[in-house]
Design a protein around this ligand. Sequence first.
Ligand code: 5GP
Length: 121
Amino acid sequence: MAYDPDNVFAKILRGEIPCKKVYEDDFALAFHDIAPQAPVHVLVIPKGAYVSLDDFTQEAPDALIAGFVRALGKVARQLGLDDTGYRLLANTGRDGGQEVPHLHVHLFGGRMLGRMLAKAD
Ligand code: 5GP
């Protein structure tokens, strides 16, 4: 799947759409999800045109992959979640339920999140 430069997170990265920023460095931008599903629900996206985790892990340079993964930990610590714990989720492709075609990792926390997946219908 080709990267769509008009996806909503590309527009956020370019500053064309506002976001409630939590963290930013050379590799990643983190901001609050517009429709939070937990007391803390932040999205962390890489600075680069990657559709999904599949695309990112094939195409991204090692420095960006390392910087992005480090950013995930930094954001969680900045939000004070390292003591209580949290969950990361990267919906990927159709079966993963990915809606926005720019890699994003959901960071959930602030309450007990339960075990793994909801039962399928
Ligand atoms: P996905 O289903 O692709 O893993 O998740 C996409 C997420 O992006 C959803 O949780 C949705 O609420 C969030 N989202 C969609 N549009 C916007 C937006 O314009 N701003 C922010 N902050 N979040 C968005």
